[in-house]
Design a protein around this ligand. Structure first.
Ligand code: NAP
Length: 255
Protein backbone atom coordinates (compact mmCIF):
# COMPACT_ATOMS: atom_id res chain seq x y z
CA UNK A 1 0.00 0.00 0.00
CA UNK A 2 1.46 3.36 -1.02
CA UNK A 3 -0.10 6.32 0.78
CA UNK A 4 -1.56 8.66 -1.82
CA UNK A 5 -1.32 11.69 0.43
CA UNK A 6 1.31 12.59 2.92
CA UNK A 7 -0.78 15.11 4.80
CA UNK A 8 -1.28 14.96 8.54
CA UNK A 9 -4.99 14.20 8.59
CA UNK A 10 -5.87 12.07 11.58
CA UNK A 11 -8.86 9.77 11.21
CA UNK A 12 -10.67 7.97 14.01
CA UNK A 13 -12.41 4.72 13.15
CA UNK A 14 -14.47 3.14 15.94
CA UNK A 15 -15.08 -0.60 16.16
CA UNK A 16 -11.98 -1.03 13.99
CA UNK A 17 -10.66 -4.27 15.49
CA UNK A 18 -12.50 -6.24 12.84
CA UNK A 19 -15.09 -6.27 10.09
CA UNK A 20 -16.05 -3.08 8.29
CA UNK A 21 -14.15 -0.90 10.80
CA UNK A 22 -10.87 -2.76 10.22
CA UNK A 23 -11.26 -2.58 6.41
CA UNK A 24 -12.04 1.14 6.70
CA UNK A 25 -9.03 1.85 8.92
CA UNK A 26 -6.78 0.04 6.43
CA UNK A 27 -8.34 1.88 3.49
CA UNK A 28 -8.06 5.35 5.08
CA UNK A 29 -4.42 4.64 5.97
CA UNK A 30 -3.92 3.73 2.31
CA UNK A 31 -5.43 7.11 1.46
CA UNK A 32 -2.60 8.68 3.49
CA UNK A 33 -4.32 9.38 6.82
CA UNK A 34 -2.96 8.59 10.24
CA UNK A 35 -5.54 6.29 11.76
CA UNK A 36 -6.65 5.87 15.36
CA UNK A 37 -7.93 2.30 15.52
CA UNK A 38 -10.48 2.38 18.34
CA UNK A 39 -12.28 -0.58 19.88
CA UNK A 40 -13.39 -1.82 23.31
CA UNK A 41 -10.04 -3.55 23.85
CA UNK A 42 -6.88 -2.05 22.32
CA UNK A 43 -5.27 -5.51 22.18
CA UNK A 44 -7.94 -6.60 19.70
CA UNK A 45 -6.83 -3.77 17.37
CA UNK A 46 -3.33 -5.22 16.93
CA UNK A 47 -4.06 -7.02 13.64
CA UNK A 48 -5.54 -3.88 12.07
CA UNK A 49 -2.61 -1.73 13.21
CA UNK A 50 -0.10 -4.32 12.00
CA UNK A 51 -1.76 -4.53 8.57
CA UNK A 52 -1.48 -0.75 8.24
CA UNK A 53 2.08 -0.37 9.49
CA UNK A 54 3.33 -3.37 7.47
CA UNK A 55 2.05 -1.59 4.36
CA UNK A 56 3.87 1.62 5.29
CA UNK A 57 0.90 3.41 6.83
CA UNK A 58 0.54 5.08 10.20
CA UNK A 59 -1.85 3.79 12.87
CA UNK A 60 -2.17 3.29 16.60
CA UNK A 61 -4.59 1.31 18.77
CA UNK A 62 -6.82 2.91 21.38
CA UNK A 63 -9.44 1.42 23.67
CA UNK A 64 -12.75 3.10 24.45
CA UNK A 65 -16.38 2.22 24.90
CA UNK A 66 -18.01 4.75 22.58
CA UNK A 67 -21.16 4.79 24.72
CA UNK A 68 -19.22 6.04 27.77
CA UNK A 69 -18.81 9.83 27.87
CA UNK A 70 -15.69 9.83 30.06
CA UNK A 71 -13.94 7.21 27.97
CA UNK A 72 -14.78 9.10 24.77
CA UNK A 73 -13.41 12.38 26.13
CA UNK A 74 -10.26 10.62 27.31
CA UNK A 75 -9.62 8.72 24.08
CA UNK A 76 -9.98 11.82 21.91
CA UNK A 77 -7.48 13.60 24.19
CA UNK A 78 -5.05 10.69 23.89
CA UNK A 79 -5.43 10.49 20.11
CA UNK A 80 -4.83 14.24 19.82
CA UNK A 81 -1.66 14.01 21.91
CA UNK A 82 -0.30 10.82 20.37
CA UNK A 83 -1.09 11.02 16.64
CA UNK A 84 -2.71 14.40 16.06
CA UNK A 85 -6.02 16.24 16.33
CA UNK A 86 -8.67 14.17 14.53
CA UNK A 87 -10.65 15.79 11.72
CA UNK A 88 -12.05 12.60 10.18
CA UNK A 89 -14.40 10.38 12.17
CA UNK A 90 -16.05 7.14 11.14
CA UNK A 91 -18.73 6.11 13.64
CA UNK A 92 -18.68 2.39 12.91
CA UNK A 93 -18.78 0.61 16.30
CA UNK A 94 -21.89 -1.50 16.53
CA UNK A 95 -23.70 -4.37 18.17
CA UNK A 96 -26.91 -6.27 17.62
CA UNK A 97 -29.30 -7.62 20.26
CA UNK A 98 -32.06 -8.98 18.03
CA UNK A 99 -35.45 -10.01 19.37
CA UNK A 100 -39.08 -9.67 18.44
CA UNK A 101 -40.71 -6.70 20.14
CA UNK A 102 -42.70 -8.73 22.68
CA UNK A 103 -39.51 -10.47 23.84
CA UNK A 104 -37.14 -7.53 23.64
CA UNK A 105 -35.62 -6.70 27.03
CA UNK A 106 -34.99 -3.14 28.20
CA UNK A 107 -31.27 -3.96 28.25
CA UNK A 108 -31.36 -5.08 24.61
CA UNK A 109 -32.96 -1.80 23.56
CA UNK A 110 -30.62 0.33 25.69
CA UNK A 111 -27.43 -1.47 24.65
CA UNK A 112 -28.08 -1.09 20.92
CA UNK A 113 -29.29 2.50 21.06
CA UNK A 114 -26.43 3.26 23.44
CA UNK A 115 -23.62 2.05 21.20
CA UNK A 116 -24.99 3.29 17.86
CA UNK A 117 -26.76 6.54 18.71
CA UNK A 118 -25.21 7.72 21.97
CA UNK A 119 -21.82 6.47 20.76
CA UNK A 120 -22.01 8.42 17.51
CA UNK A 121 -23.24 11.49 19.40
CA UNK A 122 -20.45 11.39 22.00
CA UNK A 123 -17.70 10.76 19.45
CA UNK A 124 -18.95 13.43 17.04
CA UNK A 125 -19.29 16.01 19.81
CA UNK A 126 -15.73 15.31 20.94
CA UNK A 127 -14.25 15.47 17.42
CA UNK A 128 -16.20 18.52 16.19
CA UNK A 129 -13.99 20.80 18.29
CA UNK A 130 -10.98 19.78 16.22
CA UNK A 131 -12.93 20.04 12.97
CA UNK A 132 -14.02 23.59 13.81
CA UNK A 133 -10.44 24.54 14.75
CA UNK A 134 -9.10 23.08 11.49
CA UNK A 135 -11.90 24.51 9.35
CA UNK A 136 -12.19 21.11 7.65
CA UNK A 137 -13.56 17.71 8.52
CA UNK A 138 -15.38 14.57 7.50
CA UNK A 139 -17.79 12.47 9.54
CA UNK A 140 -19.27 9.22 8.25
CA UNK A 141 -21.88 7.35 10.28
CA UNK A 142 -22.65 3.69 9.66
CA UNK A 143 -26.37 3.27 9.12
CA UNK A 144 -27.87 0.09 7.59
CA UNK A 145 -30.53 -1.15 5.20
CA UNK A 146 -32.21 -2.23 8.45
CA UNK A 147 -33.09 1.46 8.95
CA UNK A 148 -35.90 0.75 6.48
CA UNK A 149 -37.32 -1.91 8.80
CA UNK A 150 -36.21 -5.43 9.64
CA UNK A 151 -38.07 -8.11 11.60
CA UNK A 152 -36.49 -8.74 15.00
CA UNK A 153 -34.45 -5.54 14.94
CA UNK A 154 -36.70 -2.80 16.39
CA UNK A 155 -33.79 -1.52 18.48
CA UNK A 156 -31.20 -1.69 15.69
CA UNK A 157 -33.54 -0.31 13.00
CA UNK A 158 -34.51 2.61 15.25
CA UNK A 159 -30.86 3.37 15.98
CA UNK A 160 -29.83 3.14 12.32
CA UNK A 161 -32.75 5.33 11.20
CA UNK A 162 -31.92 7.74 14.02
CA UNK A 163 -28.37 7.98 12.71
CA UNK A 164 -29.73 9.22 9.39
CA UNK A 165 -31.47 12.18 11.08
CA UNK A 166 -28.36 12.75 13.18
CA UNK A 167 -26.25 12.78 10.00
CA UNK A 168 -28.41 15.35 8.22
CA UNK A 169 -28.50 17.61 11.27
CA UNK A 170 -24.73 17.55 11.76
CA UNK A 171 -24.32 18.26 8.04
CA UNK A 172 -26.38 21.43 8.49
CA UNK A 173 -24.58 22.48 11.70
CA UNK A 174 -20.99 21.73 10.65
CA UNK A 175 -21.10 22.66 6.97
CA UNK A 176 -20.06 26.24 7.68
CA UNK A 177 -16.88 24.89 9.30
CA UNK A 178 -15.75 23.05 6.18
CA UNK A 179 -17.12 19.72 7.31
CA UNK A 180 -19.26 17.20 5.50
CA UNK A 181 -21.30 14.59 7.33
CA UNK A 182 -22.74 11.57 5.56
CA UNK A 183 -24.06 8.11 6.31
CA UNK A 184 -23.18 4.86 4.62
CA UNK A 185 -25.90 2.24 4.88
CA UNK A 186 -24.55 -1.22 4.06
CA UNK A 187 -26.60 -4.18 3.02
CA UNK A 188 -25.61 -7.71 4.01
CA UNK A 189 -21.83 -7.69 4.48
CA UNK A 190 -19.69 -10.65 5.47
CA UNK A 191 -18.39 -9.99 8.99
CA UNK A 192 -18.53 -11.59 12.42
CA UNK A 193 -21.75 -9.64 13.02
CA UNK A 194 -23.60 -11.37 10.17
CA UNK A 195 -21.91 -14.71 10.94
CA UNK A 196 -23.16 -14.51 14.53
CA UNK A 197 -26.67 -13.60 13.32
CA UNK A 198 -26.69 -16.75 11.15
CA UNK A 199 -25.62 -18.88 14.10
CA UNK A 200 -28.37 -17.36 16.25
CA UNK A 201 -30.93 -18.09 13.54
CA UNK A 202 -29.67 -21.69 13.28
CA UNK A 203 -28.66 -21.15 9.63
CA UNK A 204 -25.38 -22.21 8.04
CA UNK A 205 -23.50 -18.98 7.20
CA UNK A 206 -22.51 -20.10 3.69
CA UNK A 207 -26.15 -20.94 2.99
CA UNK A 208 -27.23 -17.56 4.37
CA UNK A 209 -24.70 -15.87 2.06
CA UNK A 210 -26.01 -17.80 -0.97
CA UNK A 211 -29.63 -16.98 -0.10
CA UNK A 212 -28.87 -13.29 0.36
CA UNK A 213 -26.75 -13.12 -2.82
CA UNK A 214 -29.65 -14.48 -4.88
CA UNK A 215 -31.80 -11.51 -3.75
CA UNK A 216 -29.19 -8.81 -4.48
CA UNK A 217 -29.03 -7.14 -7.91
CA UNK A 218 -25.29 -7.71 -8.36
CA UNK A 219 -25.77 -11.34 -7.21
CA UNK A 220 -23.25 -11.23 -4.41
CA UNK A 221 -23.11 -10.10 -0.79
CA UNK A 222 -20.93 -7.26 0.43
CA UNK A 223 -17.37 -7.52 1.68
CA UNK A 224 -15.97 -5.08 4.27
CA UNK A 225 -13.81 -3.53 1.54
CA UNK A 226 -16.94 -2.62 -0.47
CA UNK A 227 -18.10 -0.46 2.42
CA UNK A 228 -14.60 0.91 3.08
CA UNK A 229 -14.39 2.06 -0.56
CA UNK A 230 -17.54 4.17 -0.16
CA UNK A 231 -16.25 5.63 3.11
CA UNK A 232 -12.94 6.42 1.42
CA UNK A 233 -14.77 8.54 -1.15
CA UNK A 234 -16.89 10.35 1.44
CA UNK A 235 -13.84 11.20 3.57
CA UNK A 236 -11.81 12.39 0.57
CA UNK A 237 -11.02 16.04 -0.18
CA UNK A 238 -12.90 15.66 -3.46
CA UNK A 239 -16.19 14.85 -1.73
CA UNK A 240 -16.54 18.31 -0.24
CA UNK A 241 -19.87 19.06 -1.96
CA UNK A 242 -21.53 15.82 -0.83
CA UNK A 243 -23.09 16.25 2.59
CA UNK A 244 -26.10 15.09 4.56
CA UNK A 245 -26.52 12.07 2.30
CA UNK A 246 -27.30 8.45 3.03
CA UNK A 247 -25.43 6.21 0.61
CA UNK A 248 -26.87 2.70 0.47
CA UNK A 249 -24.05 0.29 -0.36
CA UNK A 250 -26.06 -2.83 -0.89
CA UNK A 251 -25.45 -4.14 -4.39
CA UNK A 252 -28.70 -2.71 -5.69
CA UNK A 253 -31.58 -0.36 -4.87
CA UNK A 254 -33.13 -1.00 -1.49
CA UNK A 255 -35.72 1.67 -0.77
P1 NAP B 1 -18.51 -6.43 13.80
O1 NAP B 1 -17.71 -7.34 12.93
O2 NAP B 1 -19.33 -7.01 14.89
O3 NAP B 1 -17.52 -5.31 14.39
C1 NAP B 1 -17.99 -4.31 15.24
C2 NAP B 1 -16.87 -3.84 16.13
O4 NAP B 1 -17.40 -2.81 17.00
C3 NAP B 1 -16.31 -4.95 17.03
O5 NAP B 1 -14.92 -4.95 17.00
C4 NAP B 1 -16.86 -4.57 18.40
O6 NAP B 1 -16.05 -4.96 19.47
C5 NAP B 1 -16.89 -3.05 18.30
N1 NAP B 1 -17.72 -2.46 19.33
C6 NAP B 1 -18.91 -2.91 19.80
N2 NAP B 1 -19.36 -2.12 20.78
C7 NAP B 1 -18.45 -1.15 20.95
C8 NAP B 1 -18.34 -0.05 21.83
N3 NAP B 1 -19.30 0.23 22.73
N4 NAP B 1 -17.26 0.75 21.74
C9 NAP B 1 -16.29 0.49 20.84
N5 NAP B 1 -16.32 -0.54 19.97
C10 NAP B 1 -17.38 -1.36 20.03
O7 NAP B 1 -19.53 -5.54 12.93
P2 NAP B 1 -19.52 -5.11 11.38
O8 NAP B 1 -20.40 -6.06 10.67
O9 NAP B 1 -18.15 -4.85 10.92
O10 NAP B 1 -20.34 -3.74 11.50
C11 NAP B 1 -19.73 -2.47 11.55
C12 NAP B 1 -20.82 -1.41 11.46
O11 NAP B 1 -21.55 -1.59 10.24
C13 NAP B 1 -21.85 -1.50 12.58
O12 NAP B 1 -22.26 -0.20 12.95
C14 NAP B 1 -22.99 -2.27 11.95
O13 NAP B 1 -24.21 -2.00 12.58
C15 NAP B 1 -22.93 -1.72 10.54
N6 NAP B 1 -23.55 -2.58 9.53
C16 NAP B 1 -23.10 -3.86 9.31
C17 NAP B 1 -23.72 -4.63 8.34
C18 NAP B 1 -23.26 -6.04 8.04
O14 NAP B 1 -23.95 -6.72 7.23
N7 NAP B 1 -22.16 -6.52 8.58
C19 NAP B 1 -24.80 -4.13 7.62
C20 NAP B 1 -25.24 -2.83 7.89
C21 NAP B 1 -24.59 -2.06 8.84
P3 NAP B 1 -16.32 -6.37 20.20
O15 NAP B 1 -16.03 -7.41 19.18
O16 NAP B 1 -15.37 -6.37 21.35
O17 NAP B 1 -17.77 -6.35 20.61
Amino acid sequence: MTPLLTDTTTAVVTGAARGIGAATAIRLAGDGMRVAVVDLDAADCAATVEAITAAGGHAAAFDADVADAEQVARVIERITEEIGAPTVLVNNAGITRDNLLFKMADEEWDAVVGVHLRGAFLMSRAVQKHIVEAGWGRIVNLSSTSALGNRGQANYAAAKAGLQGFTKTLAIELGRFGATVNAVAPGFTVTEMTAAAAVRAGVDFEEAIATMAAQIAVRRVGQPEDIANAISFLTSRGAGFVSGQVLYVAGGPVA
